[in-house]
Write a protein that binds this ligand. Sequence first.
Ligand code: NAD
Length: 353
Amino acid sequence: LKMKKTILITGGAGFIGSHVVRLFVTKYPDYQIINLDALTYAGNLENLKDIAEASNYKFVKGDITDEKFITELFATYKFDGVVHLAAESHVDRSITDPFAFIRTNVFGTANLLNAAKEAWKGDMTGKRFYHISTDEVYGSLGETGFFTEETAYDPRSPYSAAKASSDHFVRAYHHTYGLPVVLSNCSNNYGANHFPEKLIPLSINNIKNNRPIPIYGKGENVRDWLWVNDHARAIDTIFHNGVVGETYNIGGNNEWTNIDLIRELCKIMDKKLGREPGESAKLITFVKDRAGHDLRYAIDSSKLQRELGWKPSLQFEEGLEKTVDWYLANQEWMDNIVNGDYQKYYEKQYTER
Ligand code: NAD
C-alpha cells in the first residue's frame, strides 16, 4: 500500500502548473493535492475545470509572498512535498515591471523555503521541495553548444535574474539547513492553456483572426521547444526519483528560429482553416526587437534521460498540430482572455513604438 501524501503545488492555475496538477490528481489518487495560486492575470481556473471536483484535489487562493499565510498553510496541511511553479513568467513584463518579478520569484520562493524548513524541522525524512526553473538562467548561447547542469549562471533579463536568484536560494537552503530539495531547468514549453501573450498561442489567435503576427527583430532568435505534457511528465519523474540536492535540465532537443517556427505554424493553420498555402504567412510582421533579447537557448537533457529514463514523447510537428487543434477547439477559453486587460497589454506591447 502506498503512503498517503499531501503535496502542495504552487502556480497550479497557470500554464505548466495546470498540467502538473492534472497529472498528479489523476495519476495518484492516494495523494491529496493542494493547488495554491494567487490567480494573477496568468492564473485561470478554467484550465482545471475537468478535475475541480476530484476528491483528492483542493484549490486555495493565496499569495506565496504572504509570510503569515504561508506559515499557516504549512501548519494546516502538513505537506510532505512541495512542487513550486508559481512565478511571474513573462520576460516582456519583467522589462516593464521588474519588481513584481523580484517579489514573487525571489521573495516568494524564499518564503516557501523558509516555511518548509520550519515545518519540517527535526525530521525531514520523506520530505521534498522541488523548484521548477528555466534554462534562461544560463544566459544566451552563440550558434553552437548546449546548456548543461554545470553551465555557469548568466541571467540577462529581470525574469531570468529573478529565477536564477530563486535557484540559488533553493540550493542555499539545502546546503545550510539540509532541506531536501531538487531542481529542474527547462526550455520553452508549448501546448494547451498557454497564456496568449506568448509566441505560439498569440500567433495562433492572430492568424485565426487575420491579424498581423508580430515577430521580434528578424525572427532569428533560437529556442528549444518542449511539449508541456512532456514537461509535466518530467516533473513527475524528478519529484519522485530525482536525487536530493541535484539539478536536472529538461529539453526537447528541438531548436527552431522564431521565424521558421512561425512559418511552420502558418502552414498548419492554412491546412486547418482551409486557406490557400502561404496565405497565413502573409500576416508575418517584424516589430522592434525585445531589449536584451537572448540569441539562442539550447539544452542538454542527457542527465535526466540517462539517470531517470525520461524522454520527450512527441515530435514537434505533431505536438504543434495537436496544440493548434486544442486552441481551435477551445475558442471560448481564448475569447475569455483576450477581452479586457489583455487587449490593453497587447496594444502597449506591440503598437506603442
Ligand atoms: P504562468 O505565468 O502561466 O503561471 C504562473 C502561475 O503562478 C499563475 O497561475 C499565477 O496566478 C501564479 N502566481 C503568480 N504569482 C503568484 C504569487 N505571488 N502567489 C501565488 N501564485 C502566483 O507560468 P508558466 O509558464 O506555467 O510557468 C510556471 C513555472 O515554470 C514558472 O516558475 C516558470 O519560471 C517555469 N518555467 C516556464 C517555462 C515556460 O516555457 N513557460 C519554461 C521553464 C520554466
